[in-house]
Ligand binder design. Structure first.
Ligand code: ATP
Ligand code: MG
Length: 775
């Protein structure tokens, strides 16, 4: 065994080493609490696989986020060498599946350039599916009748129905049920809706996000050649954060791992994505499907002080539904008590934290890297805004997880505009370009775009041809003359970009021209909303000159790299303009975005991390501030209409969320709650705070002490109530790793959804709004 591998394995404790060195043909399950070295052991396992002669290109590692993927590649690279690490496939479920589906699109009745339907398009497809049902007609029998029919019924009623049915469809897809199964169960309507929906997507050459996983399963089960190809490619598979695997994802794993070289790593107490179809019963299925498996439990926490470990354990013990009870111990020192701080409002919370950060950072020996050891965790992205402003004022460097340069609105818009000039451009890019270039107000713009989407779904054509028909007045519509004129102008601009790319030899010139086409009003749109929420917050995102300069620097870097020469000589010589080089440049950006993720985090080493709790999974910092630990945040039990969704299952997931947040801290943990929101509404501290033993807390505030009667739920009663509902568990139409930086394969629209997922929108739009079960 190479010296470096040995050294690494020696650094593990006995149990970790035992796990990593288990015979590679034995299915392995590593179950343990936070900070016990699960991910570290998984790295050891990969080294072991390499040492046993499995080549790096035959190893597939599934992680939950692309951040985690980069982290793992980095760790393995530092031991096994960068070249080996580069050969490994470290991927999220969705990017893995997307690749597989693209490679075999024709077997799914699609081309390899199939579209990925986002929320808007899914909704339109659901509307059409409902209409088909109501009219008792099959789309195939009476093609194109919908436009006429649509205006007759009340559109709001149809929309409401479609919304419910879309939930039904996504649940069906996450659980893997087919329309034939619903038929057998006597749910004729469900069966027909599902079938209609699937036919619509097929006829539009589209898949939705849930389809990616189920289509991969289909490819592997129905096509022996695909199965063989995968068996030849992936000789061993390791999966981190297994607790967040959905039933469908598990099915995929099971088929991929018929060779039984599988390692799963997880902690049921950290399952925080069940709203998205994650299902901890995967642990039970694993035991049944791989009966000769070996289970290793790690129980020593290396990450946190004893005080933090004890507090988190006490909290999680209040969960009734736990499938693996773990006794987490630590040999770390007891550390200081957890500060539980009451603040008057969010401003007070912010100034307390700013002062603390300045105090803490001045205590570090090397002040320049002190900020990197600090994180602020919140439930909803919106809670982070106040900190951005305060940190700018006080010159505290910070980074916001998940908002990388190439995911900023303006950059994505420029890239989308460039993509429209390339073959196979996706609908998401066109929609983004229309959004940017139509000189209309936001709502009006959205209405126009919704209409184009609707026509494209109904007519089974692309967004662009729908737009051409609408603005070319081939369809009589409801648009005003001025709107039609604006639409035509956008189409002309698109043509201009296309000609520019065909004619122009310099990418820099093209990018500069394209960037100048974006109206300033559009760039400022977002700033306006930030102004409303957070006072005068200048967002550098919208400084088009610096963005442009950054992009042009990347062009120079790209052109001086070997990539163009080696890959493109022939194509370039045939390429009169810039089509090939531009395409290569965009792929390069996406690729590099992935590669550089880690590097960027290094750049950020000297900055305070601002992140949602969901995004903080698997990560750790010396000092962690959990902010706004209030009722209505953690737990977040209200949906957008104010309906309380107080089921025990939901409450337990919320408790796990706080558990994940608390266990990110190595040394010092601060939990803050506020008494009043920005509308002067009184707020309550989170009910979970009472579950942390008093002796582990340094309580700074009155309310916690004065109000022992915070709302408590009879968990046993609630659990009984909830179990009945559980078969209909909440599923959200977006997959897990859209929450993360699933960027390279994603359309722009997709990336936009991702960003929204990062915070409040994600919670409001997907987690809660979508929770009510189809009746
Ligand atoms: P989480 O559940 O949060 O993902 P985890 O179980 O994956 O946590 P790791 O991230 O692998 O835990 O490890 C937590 C910390 O403990 C890391 O800083 C890691 O370097 C350290 N660690 C893990 N194993 C050991 C060990 N045997 N000796 C010393 N430190 C260790
Ligand atoms: Mg981990």
């Amino acid at each position: 065994m190479p010296e470096e591998y040995l050294k690494y394995l020696k650094s593990l404790n006995d149990r970790q080493r035992e796990a990593a060195c288990t015979d590679i043909s034995t299915p392995l399950m590593i179950v343990a609490g936070p900070g016990s070295g699960k991910t570290s052991t998984m790295v050891g396992r990969v080294l072991m696989l390499l040492n046993e002669g499995i080549s790096a290109s035959n190893i597939l590692a599934m992680t939950f986020t692309t951040a985690a993927a980069s982290e793992m590649r980095e760790r393995i690279g530092s031991i096994a060498g960068k070249a080996t690490a580069k050969e490994l496939t470290i991927s999220t479920f969705h990017s893995f599946s997307l690749q597989l589906c693209r490679a075999h699109g024709e077997k799914l009745g699609r081309t390899s350039e199939f579209l990925i339907y986002g929320q808007g398009q899914q909704r339109n497809a659901a509307i059409e599916a409902v209409r088909l049902l109501e009219n008792g007609k099959s789309r195939h029998k009476d093609d194109g009748f919908l436009i006429g029919e649509m205006s007759k019924t009340n559109p709001n009623q149809v929309k409401d129905k479609a919304k419910k049915w879309l939930k039904f469809v996504t649940q069906a897809k996450a659980s893997g049920r087919t329309s034939a199964e619903y038929h057998e169960l006597g749910n004729e309507i469900g069966a027909e809706i599902l079938e209609n929906y699937n036919n619509i997507l097929k006829s539009c050459n589209a898949l939705d996000y849930h389809d990616l996983i189920s289509c991969s399963v289909k490819l592997l089960t129905d096509f022996p050649e695909v199965f063989k190809e995968c068996q030849d490619s992936w000789k061993a598979v390791v999966i981190d954060e297994f607790q967040d695997t959905s039933a469908m994802q598990y099915k995929l794993l099971k088929i991929l791992c018929s060779h039984h070289k599988i390692t799963i790593v997880g902690d049921d107490d950290q399952s925080i994505f069940s709203f998205n179809g994650a299902d901890i019963s995967g642990f039970i299925s694993f035991r049944n499907d791989f009966p000769n498996f070996k289970e290793v439990r790690l129980n020593k926490n290396y990450r946190s002080t004893r005080c933090i470990v004890e507090a988190a354990s006490s909290l999680i013990q209040n969960n009734v539904k736990r499938c693996q009870l773990k006794n987490v111990l630590t040999e770390n020192s007891s550390g200081s008590k957890i500060v539980l701080k009451e603040c008057h409002n969010e401003d007070g919370q912010c100034s307390f934290i700013v002062d603390k950060i300045l105090e803490i950072s001045s205590n570090y020996a090397a002040a320049e890297c002190s900020y990197g050891n600090i994180a602020i965790l919140y439930r909803r992205q919106v809670s982070g805004k106040a900190f951005q402003m305060a940190f700018r004022d006080r010159k505290i460097p910070f980074n916001i997880h998940g908002v990388a340069f190439y995911r900023k609105k303006v950059v994505r818009t420029i890239i989308a505009m460039l993509q429209t000039a390339l073959p196979g451009c996706d609908d998401g890019s066109y929609s983004r370009v229309f959004k940017a270039l139509l000189p209309l107000d936001k709502d009006e713009k959205q209405r126009v775009i919704d209409h184009i989407n609707k026509i494209s779904t109904v007519r089974k054509c692309s967004f662009l041809s729908a737009a051409r028909d609408i603005f070319g007045a081939k369809i009589s519509g409801t648009f005003k003359r001025s709107q039609l004129t604006h639409g035509r102008k956008v189409l002309m601009t698109l043509e201009m970009i296309s000609k520019l790319v065909q004619r122009e030899k310099s990418i820099s010139a093209i990018i500069t021209s394209v960037a100048n086409l974006i109206p300033e009003k559009y760039l400022l749109e977002k700033r306006a909303t930030i102004d409303v929420d957070g006072g005068k917050l200048l967002n550098e995102d919208y400084d088009i000159r610096s963005v442009l300069q950054y992009l042009l620097d990347d062009v120079s870097e790209f052109l001086s790299s070997k990539l163009v020469e080696t890959n493109g000589e022939r194509e370039m010589s045939e390429d009169k303009g810039c089509t090939f080089v531009l395409k290569a440049f965009i792929s390069y950006l996406f690729e590099r975005e992935k590669e550089n993720f880690r590097a960027r985090r290094k750049d950020n080493e000297n900055s305070v991390t601002l992140t949602t709790i969901h995004q903080a999974k698997g990560l750790e910092w010396d000092v962690v501030f959990i902010v706004k630990a209030n009722e209505s945040e953690i737990p977040l039990l209200h949906d957008y209409k104010g309906t309380i969704q107080d089921t025990a299952a939901l409450l337990e997931e919320e408790r796990r969320l706080l558990y994940v947040a608390m266990t990110r801290a190595r040394q010092k943990l601060f939990i803050l709650y506020v008494m009043m929101d920005s509308n002067w509404q009184m707020l309550q501290p989170s009910r979970f705070l009472k579950e942390i033993p008093r002796h582990l807390l340094d309580v700074q505030g009155e309310t916690y002490i004065q109000k022992p009667q915070m709302k408590q739920v009879d968990l046993k009663k609630e659990t009984a109530k909830c179990t009945m509902k559980e078969q209909e568990a909440d599923v959200v139409p977006m997959p897990n790793d859209l929450l993360n930086n699933h960027f390279s394969e994603a359309s722009d629209e997709h990336a936009e959804v991702t960003e929204a997922h990062n915070g409040s929108n994600f919670i409001r739009r997907f987690s809660v709004e979508e929770r009510s079960v189809v009746s």
